[in-house]
Write a protein that binds this ligand. Structure first.
Ligand SMILES: [Zn+2]
Length: 349
């Protein structure tokens, strides 16, 4: 959607400070620039316009709206610098059911620190990292609340601890799973032809696996691994980057991503063991809805191409299909298949 640069939100009957009369005013929004901490940022400001005045000074910003504009400018700065926005900070404490002062105490800070971050002050990187850690790793949140136990009264301490503990049960080991996958990728920190010039994006991997589990019936682990490789390779060929940053190895059954056993344990899917002809197979089942907005249109297009092409292929058929890829025969067993070789890939129809 292309946004108009200056547009009407609504008209409102109010006391007009331009002409000192009560009449109908336009509340408008426009894209503008501001300087925050020596940095020029683009943000959207709200203002009021008196349509009946011919004077040059025919617009104004009431005090409350001024604060909102400033908050938006500061959030634009935060986004530019990769810091949490005020909404994101609020989302973190809401996730654990914490009031602003609780979140401050939990981190060992002064009572109003978080309130200031949500309303006016921009946090520095150290404080930003601590808030992020609390969100990403519920075990860290638990350590924090225990360390700062004396800041809370006993009832409050036990209520907060219980909230966090429930998140540890639900999500705590997701953090460990992600760490485990990261540890298998420490050798690939740079963007090279091995990862398709993209650093591993674990959340994207989880979303792509979720997508295939929903749109490809009878999905087993072996087949899923091939679908991932085709999605990454086709995306690379079209856009010069892989979709997920996974690194693939030439294995007897085709391309296999590093950490193939760990990535199927990410949320979005569950893995069910089945015996087929005396062989243990791992069926991949969706266990939650995927959020289509996690993908760009280009990504969706590639995923759809891959899912449509291979949806009726049995594992054996897709393995045979991949064995015929020139990329596959051009690499040695156990070696990494560089993305740069994907150019002569079979064109999917
Ligand atoms: Zn007026």
């Amino acid at each position: 959607m292309k946004m108009n640069n200056d547009y009407l939100i609504r008209t409102v009957e109010m006391d007009c400070p331009v002409c000192n009369k009560v009449h109908s005013l336009e509340q408008r929004k426009r894209l503008t620039q501001s300087i925050v901490k020596d940095e020029v940022v683009d943000y959207e400001e709200t203002y009021f316009l008196c349509p009946s005045s011919n004077e040059e000074e025919n617009e104004f910003v009431p005090a409350g709206i001024m604060d909102e504009n400033l908050l938006r400018a500061r959030d634009a700065y935060r986004k530019k610098k990769g810091l949490l926005t005020s909404d994101e900070i609020m989302a973190i404490r809401s996730y654990y059911g914490l009031a602003q002062s609780d979140f401050s105490f939990l981190l060992g800070w002064g009572e109003i620190t978080v309130t200031r971050y949500e309303t006016k002050t921009i946090q520095d990187e150290t404080y930003d990292n601590m808030m992020r850690m609390v969100r990403e790793n519920p075990m860290f949140a638990l350590e924090c609340v225990d360390k700062n136990r004396d800041k809370f009264n006993p009832e409050k301490y036990s209520r907060i601890r219980k909230n966090i503990a429930s998140k540890v049960e639900g999500e705590g080991n997701l953090y460990l799973k992600k760490q485990e996958i990261c540890s298998l990728y420490v050798k690939y920190p740079e963007e090279t032809e091995l990862n398709g010039f993209k650093q591993l994006d674990i959340d994207k991997v989880a979303s792509v696996i979720g997508y295939f589990s929903l749109y490809v019936k009878n999905l087993y682990k072996v087949k899923l691994m091939k679908l991932l490789w085709y999605a990454d390779s086709i995306f690379f060929r079209r856009y010069g980057k892989s979709m997920t940053g996974l690194v693939y190895r030439h294995m007897p059954l085709g391309a296999l991503p590093i950490a193939c056993d760990e990535i199927i344990l990410l949320p979005m899917v569950s893995v069910v063991e089945e015996m087929i002809n005396d062989v243990i197979c791992y069926r991949i089942q969706p266990n939650q809805e995927i959020n289509i907005s996690d993908f760009s249109l280009e990504e969706l297009n590639v995923l759809q191409t891959v899912a449509t092409k291979f949806k009726d292929f049995k594992s054996k058929e897709i393995i045979d299909y991949m064995h015929k890829e020139k990329v596959y025969s051009d690499t040695l067993p156990n070696h990494i298949i560089p993305y740069s070789l994907t150019k002569p890939l079979n064109e999917l129809k």
